[in-house]
Design a protein around this ligand. Structure first.
Ligand code: KIV
Length: 291
């Protein structure tokens, strides 16, 4: 028996609707996207939030980490996603080095993502001094999503890409950062790579939607990187990644088949070519020698 067609909700996602989802206990779905086609996929799949993550530095730009990606590169990716997205909330990651130094810098960078690339909101990483940056951006009228736990932009200081909050002391640090960001006015927060039991302990204190990635099932929503969940990159990825496709294999298969067809002269076929009227062709032949 085939499944009934899904009726997708096409009302644009707003901050009040997200808060309502949390209140009703409806899971929030977030996914990353970095270009026009991935935005169209996210739109068609009916997700709630699309994040133009700085993970794009690695997934689409080929950098070894998220650190080198520039504001200009992130703006280009965000603008491309904006053109393919209508319904989900569009959040753009502020890249490393674009917001930490001062409130003025943080506000100016966040404004660029809203004005030049059409982002609805921005995301920044870390607690501590970054709480004040979040507060400043919120005060300037731009919604901010926080991000605590494993924060890839500062992973060197955290001892590498590894789970955070695995001791009581470390978990308290995550808790403080999350509560401070909530108090600073963030509309939502990402918890990355923390023990599920720690997330469960902290959730009752959270009034804003919490989106988890490697934080267990107690959070209000989940986020995965587009290329991880669809298998558009080599390797297995982090422990929390679940693969829902093997798109990389499928792309290689398609390009290989095309290459074989070209080499065996099976492509193009007559159906793939344009025609010219016989009299035009005759005239061309007559006049070509004079060119
Ligand atoms: O850059 C990114 O993709 C992220 C998500 C993992 C939350 O920050």
């Amino acid at each position: 028996m085939s499944a009934a067609p899904q009726v997708l909700d096409t009302l644009p996602m707003t901050l009040p609707r997200l808060a309502e989802k949390k209140r009703l206990g409806e899971p929030i779905v977030m996914v990353t996207a970095y270009d026009h086609p991935s935005a169209q996929v996210a739109e068609a799949a009916g997700v709630d939030i699309v994040l133009v993550g700085d993970s794009g530095a690695m997934t689409v730009l080929g950098y070894p980490s998220t650190v080198p990606v520039s504001i200009e590169e992130m703006l280009m990716l965000t603008a491309a996603v904006r053109r393919g997205l209508h319904t989900p909330l569009l959040v753009a990651d502020l890249p490393f080095g674009s917001y930490e130094a001062s409130d003025e810098l943080a506000i100016a960078t966040a404004q660029r993502f809203v004005k030049e690339a059409g982002a609805d909101a921005v995301k920044l990483e870390g607690g501590g001094a970054m709480v004040q940056r979040a507060r400043a951006i919120v005060a300037a009228g731009i919604p901010v999503m926080g991000h605590v736990g494993l924060t890839p932009q500062t992973s060197t200081a955290l001892g590498g890409y590894r789970a955070q909050g695995r001791t009581a002391e470390a978990a308290l640090k995550v808790a403080r950062a999350a509560l401070d960001l909530q108090a600073a006015g963030c509309f939502s927060i990402v918890w990355e790579a923390i023990p599920a039991a720690v997330a469960e302990e902290l959730m009752p204190r959270m009034e804003i939607p919490v989106i988890g990635i490697g934080a267990g099932a107690a959070t209000d929503g989940q986020v995965l990187v587009f290329h991880d969940l669809l298998g558009i990159r080599e390797g297995v990825g982090a422990r929390f990644v679940k693969r829902y496709g093997d798109v990389m294999d499928e792309m290689v298969r398609g390009v290989r088949a095309y290459a074989e067809d070209v080499r065996e002269r099976r492509y193009p076929e007559p159906d793939h070519t344009y025609s010219i009227a016989p009299e035009e062709l005759a005239e061309l032949r007559a006049r070509l020698h004079a060119v």
